[in-house]
Design a protein around this ligand. Structure first.
Ligand code: SF4
Length: 456
């Protein structure tokens, strides 16, 4: 069996499964957020009754993160619905934007979009927050009402996005009927060269197979190149499995996985026991690709889909703005790479920085390079850094969303993961996906730029 088949077989209580089998799977964690949480709760109450209790309150994690820092009252109400439900059910893992469980969040005009407008429990973007808060464990099944839930596959678990109807069912029963996907095999060999990042690996792969090339299939990443990647790198790659249509992305377990999971579960007092899955000798794959990391170059996915691959060095595109943030590209390591390029320079176009979580804001504000923090280095270069971590303009959002593209015709280079028309706001704007290093170099020149031109 492949890693995904082993994970699903165990969760189904079976000795083995093969691709195409339909199996009832036990969930370990169900995650939802402010966009899909209210709908999921509505389905749950409709199907199980107004007074029904969730299947296991300790296994439901609720993370508001999408449309948070906005004066839009409908978006604010969504978070209020989550808060009421959490109180009613006694759910412990709710990362509210405010500290008062009986309060309600209001946009503070005086603080605006840049200064912190959240309380001490707020966790930021759900996919980045899940591992930080100790909710990702090897061997487990994670369902989330968000397509990029697949990011947690970096931790040797089966993680996938599901719709509100399925999530309402999981909320009531802790189970879901799943068809076992076929597995595509991506063996990573060699080592990335300077200026190349994990984002380039996944953009290369999606360019190779197309934005629907992995539809309802598992994407397994392994080999010596995968072992050499950091956990942040693996998260970037697993996150974008869905951009090829993948059901999930999955990595092997190793000492790096163990160190991060053990540290994070201990820090947060979450469940710390788990059972990993390892590779079998008889794995059957529906597709195989060897990626030589030594040969990869900074890569861009052009408008209008993540499969439109080009090399940055071959492009001549004038830009209007740059954006670094999101679950994919808003981690501490992403900002560090970005800051190393913009340090001592000035951005030429509007450039927005949105750390994925408050912990990342803290990292950047407390890490010193000489007498300046990384945050100051970024601000001095002209990057508009917000302390309000979250999804922000990655998904467009209400018109007052920080970094949203409100005008047609704008071209943005972005460290995010999706670039279908209208993704970051106006439907006639264009988004080019790239690594934080390529976004940084492009912000400096105002054109899509290979970061190797700016770093030695
Ligand atoms: S940061 Fe973007 S891709 Fe990630 S969860 Fe938020 S909207 Fe989705």
């Amino acid at each position: 069996m492949t890693l995904t088949e082993k994970l699903l077989a165990r969760a189904a209580g079976k000795a083995s499964v093969t691709a195409g089998d339909n199996v009832w799977v036990n969930a370990d964690v169900l995650m939802t957020h402010d966009v899909c949480g209210p709908g999921t709760i509505g389905v749950f109450k409709r199907e199980f009754g107004e007074n029904a209790k969730v299947w296991d309150r300790d296994r439901i994690v609720i993370i508001p993160d999408h449309y948070i820092f906005t004066a839009d009252s409908k978006s604010n109400r969504n978070v209020d619905i989550l808060r009421d439900f959490v109180r009613e059910q006694g759910i412990p893992y709710f990362y509210d934007v405010i500290d008062d469980p009986n309060g309600s969040w209001k946009f503070d005009e005086k603080k605006g979009n840049m200064q912190r407008q959240h309380g001490s429990h707020y966790a930021g973007v759900c996919h980045t927050a899940l591992p930080q808060k100790g909710h990702t464990r090897p061997g487990e099944i994670l369902f989330g009402t968000d397509s990029h839930t697949c990011m947690a596959g970096a931790f040797n678990q089966f993680a996938t996005g599901i719709g509100n109807t399925d999530a309402g069912f999981v909320m009531g029963t802790g189970k879901l009927l799943l068809k076992v996907p076929e597995t595509m095999h991506f063996r990573l060999e060699g080592k990335m060269q300077p200026g190349v990042m994990a984002k380039d690996i996944i953009l290369h792969i999606i360019g190779e197979i197309g934005f629907d090339g992995a539809t309802y299939r598992a994407m397994q990443f392994d080999g010596p190149g995968a072992s050499a990647l950091t956990m942040d790198d693996r998260m970037t790659i697993a996150n974008m499995a869905i951009e090829a249509g993948g059901k999930n992305g999955v990595f092997e377990f190793d000492a790096k996985t163990e160190e991060m999971v053990n540290h994070r579960t201990r820090l947060n007092g979450t469940r710390s026991t788990y059972e990993t899955v390892e590779r079998d000798a008889d794995e059957k794959f529906s597709y195989e690709l060897v990626v030589d990391l030594d040969k990869l170059e900074p890569t861009v996915a052009c408008h209008p889909d993540p499969g439109k691959r080009k090399l940055a060095k071959e492009m001549d595109v004038k830009l209007d703005r740059a954006y670094i943030g999101s679950c994919t590209g808003g981690k501490t390591s992403d900002f560090i790479e970005f800051a190393m390029i913009v340090r001592g320079k000035s951005v030429k176009i509007d450039t927005f920085g949105v750390p994925a979580t408050p912990e990342i804001v803290h990292d950047l504000q407390s890490t010193y390079w000489g007498d300046k923090t990384v945050w100051q280095v970024l601000a001095d270069a002209g990057v508009r850094m917000t302390e309000n971590s979250g999804c922000a303009a990655c998904l467009g959002g209400p018109v007052d969303t920080f970094g949203r593209m409100n005008e047609g015709g704008l071209k943005c280079i972005s460290a995010t993961n999706r670039n279908f028309p209208g993704r970051m706001g106006h439907k006639e704007s264009q988004v080019f996906l790239a690594s934080p290093a390529t976004v940084a170099a492009s912000a400096i020149t105002g054109r899509i730029t290979d970061p190797r031109e700016l770093v030695s």
